[in-house]
Design a protein around this ligand. Sequence first.
Ligand code: HAM
Length: 440
Amino acid sequence: MSFRAPKGTNDLIAQDAWGYLNICKQAAEIFFRYGYQPIQTPTFESLDAFVRGIGSATDVIGKEMFYVNSATSLEKLIAGVELKADERLALRPEMTAGVARAVLERGVVVADGPLVKLHYAGSMFRHERPQKGRLREFHQIGAECIGSAEPTADAEVIMMFIHFFESLGLPKERFTLLLNSMGDEHCRPAYREQVKQYVLDHAGQLCEDCLRRADTNPLRAFDCKNPNCQSIMAEAPVITDALCPECADHYAEVKRLLDKAGITYVEDPYLVRGLDYYTRTVFELQSDDGQGAQNALGGGGRYDRLLQEFGDKSIPGLGFAIGCERLLMALESRGLKAVMPSVQVYLAAASDDARPTVFLLADELRRNAFSVEIDHQSRSLKSQLKSADRLGAEYLVAIGSDELSCGVATLRSLREDFSVEFGLADAVQNLCIIMQKNKC
Ligand code: HAM
């Protein structure tokens, strides 16, 4: 086989794909209880929208974007012609910027208008060095709540985030919810300067990356994985000491509401998150399940300035995204891997003259909500029985010349000691009655 999947991508096949579908379905159900409706946006957007939304000094924009070129834009690039804004496209590294663009463009949100709650699931693309739990194409489930600056919105979003994880059966004790406030445009600039000064004062002890970002994005030093940098940054000034009274009050109220709701969290004044649009509340759920450096199952926060970047009105918002591959790994390590739904009835043709009957009966049963499998490879009855077994079928019906001539076949359980005869004339009706009686 000469073709391989590109580095950092994954194929989800059968059981793994069921796992993904299950968590998406569960998310849609839980989020609907909180008033969220689905949204889908394009997989690629204008590069400028991502740069404006996420911030040019972030790793996501600076190092990890996948650019998209059409044949004509590639030709222009090769010829050294500058691309127009609508020709500069990139695969989405996350959804929040695209959701903000979409709701403003379509007039779904307006300043001082009603709250808009949206959720999504889909592929995101970041050109990172692939490793366990870190892919170049990965999937996120996420939610965005746009139009409220109230702390109750923060608390509700975090409660929904936790509710979703709990609904999947993940035990609370193995996860830590980290919480912080990143301040706003009034208090963060001064704090940023303090951190920048701290980084410069410790220039000799910090890595090149931290120093390089001292001007553009000094807070990223808190996220550096270098153990030296981590120990130096552990002594840096903390944002919580630098919050303005409004941000401090907001943060205190979010914590009060979470305490009341019984949500356990750990305050982490160094949680800065990797995207520039955050203001005030930020949070992240970390797993203690041996997922190494890639232990953040999901995270989010408030972005009260983001929509203003795209429009002219200030509209607050907040949300989160969950990494599906990491979540599926966490579920698997807790023995919660998705169970593949099995075939209910295997209809076997015991002789060739029964194949047309089997073929049509299968279709009728499927139209009556049964999952049914039949043979399409001219296999012997013995091989068909093996297939039924391999597929984990619950029931077997074998129809041959004898069954056709007397008009009666037998439904046999492949799991229990149970069998019952039924008339072929009204086969579907008869099988429905039998299945209902036995709660199949
Ligand atoms: P994020 O923290 O960049 O936030 O990503 C959310 C989650 O996506 C991470 O916690 C992680 O589980 C997963 N993830 C990120 N990168 C990768 C990767 N390369 N491979 C596998 N999984 C990955 C956001 O994306 C924000 N848009 C969240 C948000 C929504 N904030 C407000 N609203």
